[in-house]
Write a protein that binds this ligand. Sequence first.
Ligand code: ZN
Length: 319
Amino acid sequence: MRKSLHGIHHITAISSDPQANVDFYSRILGLRMVKQTVNYDDPSVYHLYFGDAVGSPGSILTFFPFPDAQAGKVGNGQVGAIGYSISAESIDYWVDRFSRLGIKFAGPFERFGEEIITFSDSDGLPLELVADSNRAGQSWSDSPVPAAHAIKRFSSAALLVSSNGSTAELLTDILGFEKIAEEGNRQRFAAGSSDDRQLIDIVVDPQGRRGIPGPGTVHHIAWRCLDKDQEDWRKTVAKQGYNVTSIIDRNYFHSIYFRENSGILFEIATDEPGFTVDQSELELGSRLSLPPWLESKREDIVRKLPSLSIGTKPVSQIE
Ligand code: ZN
């Protein structure tokens, strides 16, 4: 069998207000903040992780919030819309929930035979709910969204590029994804096994503007691999001429990074050791977690970070 990565591990985006991240992703979308930590390269900035009950690979959207940064612009050379999987029976629930909470959305409409609703977070990050009934992942028991309608993990992600070719080849010939469909300027690739599949779309727009990094845009997308395979993946990517980093310890996973030819930053991250390496499942996200090498500076780091209200129950001004 051809070697293949196991789909999306996590996606990391830039935001402005960390509190707005918590309010939107936990209180409106019903995801669990499984980890609050800092950017290891700049501990004055939070790094917030939202996912399913345990932060399963394939469910994790993370943010670097820069409260004073100028908004970015989504465009070519970036990941565009991020799709979350919901049950086909949940479309009405989400239409009603968004309407009630004043979240602007479009749809439902159909793409590749699936119903989708499109919307954005408070920074304008493009998101979609996709009724693909992929039930992988564990819903979070304290979620304000009932388990039957819960978002558990990503359905898909779009890669925005200005020309066809090299990105598609990278996905199929090197990363091992399978091209399964094409509709207009959108090509669709499948990753993972058939009962645990995620979809990657390449959207080609030669006239599209180039993305500008900043709040409301994706910083990078990470693909999944096992620890034992990571060095092989590093060698495979390097052999194809990509400038790939050595393996970096991200505390919850190990990572390598490289930029594909359209400019999108790719990471390959391991499933191991996961988010329970420094907190029990019950405690996930309940306090600031720091890696061993920053723990001695905790007081100083906490003083410089904006305060964050992480109450898990919906706040009265939202519901
Ligand atoms: Zn990452």
